[in-house]
Design a protein around this ligand. Sequence first.
Ligand code: ADP
Ligand code: MG
Length: 313
Amino acid sequence: MSDPDYAIEAIGLTKTYRAVGKLPEMHALKEIDLKIGRGSIFGLLGPNGAGKSTFINILAGLVTKTSGTAKIWGLDIDQHPRSSRAAIGVVNQEIAMDPFFTPIQALELQAGYYGVPRSERRSIEILAAVGLEDKKDAYVRQLSGGMKRRLMVAKALVHTPPVLILDEPTAGVDVELRRSLWAYVRELHDRGTTIILTTHYLEEAEELCDEIAIISHGEVLTQEPTPQLLSRLDRRLLKITPHESLSAVPAALRGLDAEVTEDGTLVIAFRNSETGIGRLLDQVREAGIRVADLSTEQPNLEDVFIAMTTEAA
Ligand code: ADP
Ligand code: MG
C-alpha cells in the first residue's frame, strides 16, 4: 500500500452517547475535522471529558460513531474495518489485561489475533525494547502499574503498525517510567512511526509533540505546529537578577507590569510585539539597576490553553 498524506483523517466526526437512565445524552464529539500528518508526533490535548478517548476509541473500533467519516492510513473505517485498524496500535487509557497470562503469552496471543505469522513475530525483541525482557514469564498480576503500561505499549506494537496511538499513557505513571516511555516513543518515531498521544498534561504535549490540536467540549479549538501555537500568546517574561538585590520595584519602573520575587528577581511581563527587549533593558538600566543575569520565558501551553478556552466560552 502506498503511503497516504495523512495518518488519520476525520471529517465531521460526531459522537452522541445516548441518554441512559437519569444521564442525559452526551455530545462527546461535535463534527470534528482533524487531519494528522504522516510522520508527526501529534498531541491531542484537552481537559477531562473533552472527547479525546471517544475519538481514539472510534478509530480503534471500540466506540461506534454517530456520523461523519474517518480514515486511518488512507483507509475508511466503514469500508475497510479490518485493514484500517491493522494500521494502528492503540494503547488504551485504562489498564485492561488478563492477569493469568505472562507477558510473552500476552504478546503471542495479540500477534495471533492480528494474524502475524510465527516467523515474523518479534515478541522478545519488543519486550526487550520496553524493558520487560526479564519479566517475560512473570504473571501479569505480579507486574507493577508501570510495567503493565509498558506491556500495553508492547501489545500495541506486535503487528508493527505505522501509527501508534497512546491515550493518556502517563496518567498515574511515575516520573522515571514516564521518561523511559517517552525515550522509547521518540525512538519509534525516529524509525518512522507516526505517534498520536492524548494528554491533559500541557507540558507533555509541549515537550513531545511537533503539532498539537486542542479539543474542548467535543470541538477542536485549534490545530497548529507547537511553536506557532506558543507564539500566539504574545506575552513574555523578562527575568532579571540584579547585582544589588531589590526589595521592591523601583519607582521608575512602576509603569511596567513588574514585580520583585522573594529571591530578589525582577520579573517584567511584556508583549513582544509592542515592547522590544532592548528598550525594556534600557529602562531597567536607567532605573539604576545593574544586571547580573537575565532570562526570558515564553508562555507555556497552560497559558495558551486558558486563553483559548476563555475565548471560546
Ligand atoms: P476525555 O478522554 O477527553 O476525558 P471522553 O471521550 O472520555 O473524554 O468523554 C467525553 C464525554 O463523553 C464525557 O462527558 C464523558 O462523560 C462522556 N462519555 C464517555 N464515554 C461515555 C459512555 N460510554 N457513555 C456515556 N457517556 C460517555
Ligand atoms: Mg480519556
